[in-house]
Design a protein around this ligand. Structure first.
Ligand code: 4NP
Length: 156
């Protein structure tokens, strides 16, 4: 279970930050070579765009550099990734619908927050239409999720 894909709607706010945190944590613990991480969006709204400046700036303040260009989730991703982590139910259902349409059974599709201990909700909130405090809230959730995710991946 070493290829990890984070998926949100636009691939400019939540999932690129999740990917960047995962890469930093694995690099900081000497685990980079064991894993491949990427992110994608279920929509085509922001294809080719850099991450939202509010996400990038918030992550920078937290010591994480976000480098990505938005891309859409594609059917080939089911083969390329062992674990596909959706930020919320809407995106989980879009991924599952694409799998169903292509007759694909994939055992590793789940909500990212399912890795947290007793999360108040299983969804990472979408910060796109909200204020700056939403970006720090999202960062804190993604940081905790990634910590637990890496513990899970290294134990299994
Ligand atoms: P993301 O946030 O899914 O975390 O990248 C969003 C980005 C863009 C839009 C919605 C959510 N949008 O509607 O354009």
């Amino acid at each position: 279970m070493n290829n990890v894909l984070f998926v949100c709607l636009g691939n400019i706010c939540r999932s690129p930050v999740a990917e960047a945190i995962f890469k930093k944590k694995t690099a900081d613990t000497g685990l980079s070579a064991k894993f491949m991480a990427d992110s994608a969006g279920t929509s085509a709204y922001h294809l080719g765009e850099s991450p939202d400046a509010r996400s990038t700036e918030n992550a920078r303040i937290n010591g994480v550099k976000v480098l990505h260009k938005a891309r859409q989730f594609v059917v080939e991703d089911f083969n390329r990734f062992d674990i596909i982590l959706a930020m919320d139910y809407h995106n989980l259902h879009r991924i599952e619908a694409l799998a169903k349409k292509h007759g694909i059974v994939h055992q590793g599709i789940r909500l990212l927050r399912s890795f947290q201990n007793d999360p108040e909700t299983l969804e990472v909130p979408d910060p796109y239409f909200g204020g700056p405090e939403g970006f720090q809230e999202v960062f804190d959730i993604l940081d905790d999720c990634n910590q637990k995710l890496i513990e899970y991946l290294t134990a299994n």
